[in-house]
Design a binder for this molecule. Structure first.
Ligand SMILES: NC(=O)c1ccc[n+]([C@@H]2O[C@H](COP(=O)([O-])OP(=O)(O)OC[C@H]3O[C@@H](n4cnc5c(N)ncnc54)[C@H](O)[C@@H]3O)[C@@H](O)[C@H]2O)c1
Length: 206
């Protein structure tokens, strides 16, 4: 897959979290096909190994790093290591996110009286805190470098609250990948970053 007319990332270094599947994998593949070296981060070691190996066999330049982005210091250290090895950091996609159960319009468990503290904290940590710390860790290098792009995969649920979007209940087979309150925070966090960092939030699901 080549995208020479879309954009050129030759000589650039990028990092994508949640890169073992879905949107993150597609983003990593497009960046690498456009010439960037891509650090693929995910906590699913098996999927990450399979997909990064596949991209390498296609001639793309990727590294795989097994990491839980909730380990905030670990992610920052990984970015520090990339800059130490490659001398630059041009794009960071804070894309990793966990699924949340559907809202009350679709499920009884989506009602506010069924909200569980543990699940709320889990979604908050991954979808808001880790994304915010990823911006922070990337900005440190991009400010020093004087260039860079940070993109956060948020959700339409962070812009518009709908009864079919859950508060935070997690369920791996729910098919719903957001928690409206956490995503709203993520959108606002991205908007608050100074424009010198060229911040972008993608409202997935639109
Ligand atoms: N697909 C949609 O319709 C949709 C809608 C709204 C928001 N989103 C958001 O878009 C992003 C990508 O969604 P997707 O549909 O590609 O999901 P996906 O489940 O296919 O991929 C998410 C990836 O993130 C990884 N991940 C999860 N938690 C992690 C952690 N703590 N550390 C490292 N990696 C972790 C998973 O292993 C997985 O590979 C997510 O943030 C999701 O919440 C997606």
């Amino acid at each position: 897959m080549k995208f020479p007319t879309l954009f050129d990332m030759t000589g650039r270094v990028s990092c994508v979290t949640g890169a073992a599947s879905g949107l993150g994998l597609a983003i990593a593949e497009v960046l690498a096909a456009a010439g960037s070296h891509v650090m693929m981060v995910d906590l699913d070691a098996a999927a990450l190994e399979t997909e990064s190996a596949r991209l390498r066999t296609e001639g793309l330049s990727v590294d795989a790093i097994v990491l839980d982005v909730a380990q905030l210091d670990g992610f920052e250290a990984a970015l520090d290591d990339v800059v130490a090895r490659y001398g630059r950091l041009d794009a960071v996609f804070a894309n990793a996110g966990i699924s949340a159960g559907p809202g009350f319009a679709l499920s009884e468990t989506g009602r506010i009286e069924h909200l569980q503290r543990e699940k709320w904290e889990q979604v908050l940590t991954i979808n808001l805190t880790a994304a915010t710390w990823a911006i922070k860790a990337a900005a440190k290098h991009m400010c020093a470098q004087g260039s860079g792009r940070i993109v956060v995969t948020a959700s339409i649920g962070g812009i518009r609250a709908e009864p079919f979007v859950g508060y935070a209940q997690c369920g791996p087979t729910s098919g719903d990948r957001t928690g409206s309150a956490q995503r709203a925070g993520e959108c606002h966090c991205a908007r608050t970053v100074p424009d010198e960092h060229r911040r972008r939030a993608v409202a997935s699901g639109t």
